[in-house]
Design a protein around this ligand. Structure first.
Ligand SMILES: *[C@@H]1O[C@H](CO)[C@@H](O)[C@H](O)[C@H]1NC(C)=O
Ligand SMILES: *[C@@H]1O[C@H](CO)[C@@H](O)[C@H](O)[C@H]1NC(C)=O
Ligand SMILES: *[C@@H]1O[C@H](CO)[C@@H](O)[C@H](O)[C@H]1NC(C)=O
Ligand SMILES: *[C@@H]1O[C@H](CO)[C@@H](O)[C@H](O)[C@H]1NC(C)=O
Ligand SMILES: *[C@@H]1O[C@H](CO)[C@@H](O)[C@H](O)[C@H]1NC(C)=O
Ligand SMILES: *[C@@H]1O[C@H](CO)[C@@H](O)[C@H](O)[C@H]1NC(C)=O
Ligand SMILES: *[C@@H]1O[C@H](CO)[C@@H](O)[C@H](O)[C@H]1NC(C)=O
Ligand SMILES: *[C@@H]1O[C@H](CO)[C@@H](O)[C@H](O)[C@H]1NC(C)=O
Length: 491
């Protein structure tokens, strides 16, 4: 009976909200673009009348944060004075990263994404950035961040909670909305602009006719924290027919403890796959040794220091694939494997023409898409390109599917083991919960910690960590080394 009533209510809500034309028509339109080396951004209309801006699509943060002043290299920004619908709270908010920060004011205004036809224009909290340090990069093609994570990792202020855009959409539609990212990588061998699709999914619209979805549970609703069980190098037998012979290791306890020691997150705002230091060394040593047998020498700066290496023509990589094992939602002893081809992690970062005495020569520059991350694991967009990723926020899982664009990444499994990953890999270490009541407490706690910082900073370390030890802004990975790091071996 109760269920029946619930169904009726639901049906009514569905009918009401049909005004918003909920059914997503799967006629895809490219709506994400990014310059070489930068993350993907989407076009948004802010305020009334509409001001057109580009926002970086970021699953590694929560707040909608937008530049409202001219920066050194860009005079595109949101003009709050020109919007008739803006509401200014006058409260200050800020976000800090381990390097880089911004501060600004909490306002609210209408936002609409022209490419998301079925998603209504909503009034959303916005952090207007009035000051920043090492946050916007030189000539970045975007003017703000569209944070898509959960509230506990939002921007903060004294007694201020900044609601995310997604929560505003949920509230307006009266039901949970999920989203879908299909990142495709560079347009072509000679054009390094990368493209993709960002789509909202209604939890009540059954997903018909889709390829198999492999689900991994979101372990904690802060960042998109998942159980990464293993990362290893697969060996390729035949590059000619792309047959991968699976010699990658099974997940083992030592590795999964290291990978999840701090946290493992899925972050579209980060470029690389970031691994704990010792595992980074292990994986990269292996790749380097395999590559050593080929004709061209690549210097250690490329492998270990994130420097670019350039060649006069586009490269076809015969390096092995990477295997990333993720915990399955279906059973605690089950996992599946993302198989990432070398064209993902040997990232094209630029195509340049330079002229010298002999004429014009082209340069195709690459960077390694894997980096050392201290003690955390981040699956940046390098691990997402060539796949489709569904973020089911309410149900708490991330679904991975093969894709019809970009690199030929694959997913295999599920595989069973005889033990529980959650226990063996200590995936469910207690950290602060995210029930709504606790969120408020958390904000209060951090406000106190700022006042009494000198005394309490040590005691409240876990709370501080949530806000301060966050991923580096993506600008860290963007700077391109001009040094030519490739030496052609004389033959
Ligand atoms: C903002 O308003 C001023 C004056 O009305 C106008 O000159 C300017 O072009 C507007 N800027 C934007 C970005 O709309
Ligand atoms: C790359 O493709 C984009 C999108 O189609 C286009 O706007 C841009 O001009 C192209 N760049 C080059 C260097 O061809
Ligand atoms: C999210 O997960 C729930 C429960 O598994 C499911 O009912 C819903 O359809 C999912 N939403 C999407 C968009 O897949
Ligand atoms: C999915 O749709 C395509 C084209 O609409 C069709 O060719 C294919 O057979 C369908 N697949 C399934 C599993 O229904
Ligand atoms: C691919 O190459 C391997 C080794 O050369 C061979 O064993 C396998 O049969 C080939 N697969 C296909 C589909 O041709
Ligand atoms: C480089 O030069 C080639 C041929 O001269 C030209 O086709 C290409 O568009 C140039 N690329 C860039 C990025 O300027
Ligand atoms: C793996 O485990 C699941 C759940 O425990 C079970 O349903 C499935 O049959 C197992 N698969 C294999 C291949 O053993
Ligand atoms: C950014 O721009 C400033 C000033 O134009 C310049 O000094 C700096 O070298 C640039 N940084 C990068 C990484 O290009």
């Amino acid at each position: 009976m109760y269920n029946y009533v619930k169904m009726l209510v639901l049906f009514t809500i569905l009918q009401i909200s049909f005004v918003f034309n909920i059914k997503e028509v799967y006629s895809e339109e490219i709506n994400l673009y990014g310059d070489a080396g930068q993350a993907y951004s989407v076009e948004a209309y802010l305020g009334h009348p509409h001001q057109k801006l580009k926002l970086l699509v970021d699953t590694g943060s929560t707040t909608l944060a937008i530049a409202s002043y001219a920066r050194e290299n860009s005079n595109e920004y949101f003009h709050p004075d020109n919007s008739s619908s803006i509401y200014d709270s006058g409260k200050s908010v800020q976000a800090e990263y381990s390097q880089g920060m911004w501060s600004g004011r909490l306002v609210s205004d209408f936002i609409k994404f022209p490419s998301l036809k079925s998603t209504p224009e909503v009034r959303s909290d916005i952090a207007l950035i009035t000051q920043s340090h090492k946050f916007f990069m030189n000539g970045s093609g975007w003017q703000g961040l569209l944070g898509l994570a959960y509230l506990p990792v939002g921007a903060w202020g004294n007694g201020v909670v900044v609601e995310s855009w997604l929560d505003s959409v949920d509230r307006t539609l009266h039901r949970p909305i999920s989203f879908h990212l299909k990142l495709c990588g560079p347009i072509s061998k000679t054009n390094t602009t990368h493209y993709g699709y960002f789509k909202m999914l209604d939890d009540h619209t059954p997903q018909v006719n889709s390829t198999k979805i492999f689900r991994t549970p979101i372990l904690r609703k802060r960042w998109y924290e998942v159980g990464v069980l293993s990362i290893s190098v697969m060996s390729t037998l035949s590059a000619a027919n792309q047959t991968v012979v699976d010699t990658a290791k099974q997940p083992n306890m030592d590795m999964c403890l290291k990978l999840n020691a701090e946290k493992s997150i899925v972050d579209s705002g980060t470029t690389n796959i970031r691994l704990p230091d010792s595992l980074f060394r292990q994986v990269v040593d292996e790749l380097k040794n395999i590559y050593r047998s080929s004709q061209v020498l690549i210097l250690d700066e490329f492998w270990y220091q994130g420097e670019a290496a350039c060649w006069p023509e586009p490269q076809v990589w015969t390096l092995p694939w990477l295997a990333i094992d993720l915990l399955s939602s279906d059973a605690d002893n089950q996992y599946f494997r993302l198989e990432i081809p070398p064209q993902n992690y040997m990232r094209v970062v630029g195509v340049y023409n330079s002229s010298d005495k002999t004429g014009t020569v082209s340069e195709y520059c690459y960077k390694l898409g894997i980096e050392a991350g201290g003690s955390e694991t981040v699956l940046g967009y390098t691990a997402m390109e060539g796949l489709q990723v569904i973020f089911n926020r309410s149900a708490g899982w991330i679904g991975w599917q093969t894709s019809d664009c970009g690199a030929n990444a694959r997913i295999t499994g599920p595989y069973n083991t005889s033990y529980s990953f959650k226990t063996t890999c200590e995936l469910l270490r207690p950290v602060s919960n995210v029930a709504i009541s606790i969120r408020a407490a958390q904000w209060a706690l951090c406000a106190i910690s700022i006042i009494a910082a000198a005394v309490l900073i040590y005691l409240l370390a876990p709370c501080i960590k949530t806000f301060f030890v966050r991923r580096l802004p993506s600008s860290q990975q963007i700077s391109l080394s001009q040094a030519a790091l490739v030496e052609q071996e004389s033959s």
